[in-house]
Design a protein around this ligand. Structure first.
Ligand code: C2O
Ligand code: CU
Ligand code: CU
Length: 488
């Protein structure tokens, strides 16, 4: 199949930058686009970020809109938006709207759902977010380097009725591998890392800078949106002296609950919305600790209370967020599928010499990632989005699909499905409580997870590990959703 025929994309979406500028000089933005459509612009370009704080050099980064994190896009649930993305990098890019349920042609995977946006060109994304919640956006071309150099931003879809909290806070968390000169270290796609935990960095930022204290007023109730946009770092956060309540996972509301052991596990690409009642003492300092990696515990930041008297001393029960209009899986009629994750260092496969078929095929893969280290059902799809990504399964549209994922590796994997939110049903045979939906499920070594969703949206959808090195080195596949009568 030629890659051209796979793109039923109207020509008008695919503007030359020159043409866009010419049009802009005649028509102010908004006039040409028809009334009522919310239009945003995102420019992808190199920039500089003062992430290391005062007295340190600025870091060269790649940015959306000149800043890291990229502009916070606040959208309204059920209202159409048009986002014009202009590529001023020297290489192809795309934008993927992580977690948003949208038409396949807007999903931002080059070669699979759209042509790449070439340098100097633009692409117009149009969709209507059906779900309120915390989402994010990032490239899906050369992701290891593009995300690694700073291309990431957050997208908040607001609830129709504002949620009753005193403040709505956002912490965009990530790490970077920074040299002693304060620049981003090269060496993306190191095979050793690709077969282990991925490119974990040495410098953590919160909303784009090495974190200082977070100002807090005693007695306030805060909604805190956590987003981990790291390439590989998994976080496990503990709020000393506080009892956060999880109210949403990957943008989707769940039954409000205290996390196990008070720890909030946040793998790459995952989001957790918390409700935190600030019951600390005025003037107090409370540490927020990340202790995911054994022996590498560190203080992420501190909740720094002002001396002001508490806003309140009695707090109402936490209330659940309004549910989004997700189609409920019908488990009695579900079609079952199995995904087996294998590979990596210290795996069973390495010893047995049973390299998957695709492991060999994957060699000499895309984007300079030379070797497949991982596989799904024996096949390694390597690199980033590219032409000719054959689907592993075809899923009948409109049906419930129950997917069992088995992690037969010695490593953690945040497994992400594009285009859908799924119900996480069980983990290692134990029912997962609190009605949890997710688009990215973090799997510990040897974990088995069952998840279900209604395949209501046709197209080719990626499923991959969001440790970017793992994705590049083969932990990626494609699921095709289409009408049952189209099956042969
Ligand atoms: Cu954040 Cu392919 O996804
Ligand atoms: Cu995604
Ligand atoms: Cu992984």
């Amino acid at each position: 199949m030629s890659s051209e025929s796979a793109f039923p994309i109207p020509r008008r979406r695919f503007l030359q930058a020159g043409a866009a500028f010419a049009a802009a000089s005649f028509l102010p933005t908004g006039v040409s686009t028809g009334a009522g459509v919310d239009e945003r612009r995102l420019t992808v370009a190199p920039g500089r970020a003062a992430m290391l704080g005062k007295g340190n050099p600025e870091t060269d980064v790649w940015t959306y809109g000149g800043v890291f994190p990229g502009p916070l896009l606040r959208l309204r649930q059920g209202e159409p938006v048009r986002i014009v993305v202009e590529n001023r990098l020297d290489e192809d890019t795309t934008v993927h709207w992580h977690g948003i349920r949208l038409p396949n042609a807007m999903d931002g995977v080059p070669g699979l759902t759209q042509p790449p946006i070439r340098p100097g060109e633009s692409f117009v994304y149009e969709f209507t977010p059906p779900d309120a919640g915390t989402f994010w956006y990032h490239p899906h071309a050369n992701s290891l380097e593009q995300l690694g150099r700073g291309l990431a931003g957050v997208l908040i879809v607001e609830e129709a009725k504002p949620v009753a909290v005193d403040r709505d806070l956002l912490w965009v968390l990530r790490d970077w591998r920074v040299t002693s000169e304060g620049q981003i270290a090269s060496g993306f796609g190191n095979m050793m890392e690709a077969g282990m935990s991925g490119r974990v960095g040495n410098t953590i930022t919160l909303n784009g800078t090495v974190p200082g204290d977070q100002p807090i007023r005693a007695g306030e109730r805060v909604r805190l949106r956590l987003v981990n946009v790291s390439l590989a770092r998994i976080m496990s956060l503990r709020f000393e002296g506080h009892a956060p309540v999880v109210i949403a996972i990957d943008g989707q509301p769940c039954e409000p609950h205290k996390p196990d052991g008070g720890r909030i596990l946040l793998g790459p690409a995952m989001r957790i919305d918390l409700l935190i009642d600030m019951k600390g003492e005025p003037g107090g300092r409370y540490r927020v600790i990340d202790d995911f990696y054994e022996g590498l515990e560190y203080e992420l930041t501190r909740l720094a209370y002002s001396d002001a008297v508490p806003v309140r001393t009695r707090f109402p029960e936490p209330t659940a967020l309004p549910m989004n209009p997700l189609p409920e899986p019908d488990l009695s009629a579900a079609e079952r599928h199995e995904l087996i994750l294998e590979g990596g260092m210290m795996s069973r496969m390495m010893g047995s010499g049973a390299m998957g078929r695709g492991m060999m095929e994957g060699m000499g893969g895309m984007m300079g990632v030379a070797r497949a280290m991982w596989s799904i059902n024996g096949t390694s799809m390597t690199g980033d989005g590219h032409a000719d990504m054959p689907p592993l399964f075809t899923l009948a549209r409109g049906k419930t699909h129950l997917i069992t994922m088995r992690n037969r590796t010695a490593w953690w994997h945040p497994m992400h499905l594009h285009g859908f939110s799924f119900r996480v049903l069980t983990r290692n045979g134990v029912e997962v409580p609190h009605r949890q939906w997710a688009d990215t499920v973090l799997m510990a070594p040897e974990d088995t997870v069952e998840a279900a969703f209604v395949a209501d949206s046709p197209g080719d959808w990626m499923l991959h590990c969001h440790v970017t090195d793992h994705q590049m080195a083969g932990l990626m596949t494609v699921l095709r959703v289409r009408d049952a009568e189209q099956e042969r």
